[in-house]
Design a protein around this ligand. Structure first.
Ligand SMILES: [Mn+2]
Length: 251
């Protein structure tokens, strides 16, 4: 089974005063064309859909167009909110959109409720972990402390518990928006540190077959099964050396 992983679209972002909306429109076309041409079974979008919590009208129009394009693909799209998104605003209508195959996971309460994909090669449970702001979600997730490691660990414990109840052979994918220890940032990610710590160890994702990460704008592998797709466009001069890409995964 094949997945197309992308993140950090930052719709509405401007670059030193330049409007990027046309470039972003072309990128959304390219993402949908690629999903179609590569016969992906699902599209994974790991957060920072918008650049701002209150996006520009042009950004909202483009997102609306993108939703229609994704629904027309005829494959599921699973999307989470990132630290730049307003989870509540992005998540409006998510139950209705799910009927079209576009699954917006923006509520931490739904992290352990997977989107189940039935493919000829078997079942895949796809879990969407929206960006977790430690101080806001700590209580709900019953985390030990308000840190990225603690809240992600709690969310992943719930996911592993759900997975343990599913039939043997069920494969798992987690979407998350986080800074994993050892990965490389650049100048266009907003600081998410809490008490001086902005990262969580890769071990929080132990037991998951593929982790589709967002947040860092450079495409990179943390290890065999944990990847950042990176942003599809450069959003700062610190990204001059990046080769922008989408990540195609055969699981
Ligand atoms: Mn981002």
């Amino acid at each position: 089974m094949r997945f197309l992983h992308t993140s950090d679209w930052h719709l509405g972002r401007r670059f030193h005063g330049e409007d990027l909306i046309d470039a972003q429109r072309k990128i959304l076309d390219h993402i949908c064309d690629t999903a179609r041409n590569e016969q992906a079974d699902a599209l994974l979008i790991a957060g920072d859909i918008y650049d701002r919590a209150i996006p520009s009208l042009d950004a909202v129009r483009l997102f609306n167009q993108g939703l229609n394009q994704m629904a027309d693909l005829g494959i599921p799209a699973i999307m989470i909110s990132g630290n730049h998104d307003s989870a509540h605003r992005l998540g409006v209508g998510s139950a209705l959109l799910a009927r079209t195959g576009v699954h917006l996971r923006t509520n931490p309460a739904h992290t352990a409720t997977p989107v189940l994909l039935e493919t000829p090669a078997g079942t895949v449970a796809v879990y969407g972990v929206p960006y977790l702001e430690p101080t806001l979600v700590r209580t709900h997730l019953e985390a030990e402390e308000a840190s990225h490691q603690a809240v992600l660990s709690s969310a992943l414990d719930r996911i592993r518990a759900d997975l343990a109840d599913r039939p043997a052979g069920t494969r798992s994918i987690v979407l998350a928006h986080a800074f994993v220890t050892g990965a490389t940032g650049c100048r266009s990610e907003r600081d998410i540190s809490v008490g001086g710590v902005d990262h969580a160890p890769a071990s929080v994702f132990d037991g998951i077959d593929y982790v589709a990460l967002g947040h860092l704008h450079g495409a990179q592998q943390v290890n065999d099964h944990i990847h950042y797709s990176g942003s599809p466009l450069a959003y700062s001069f610190s990204e001059t050396g990046h080769t922008k890409s989408l990540t195609l995964i055969d699981l």
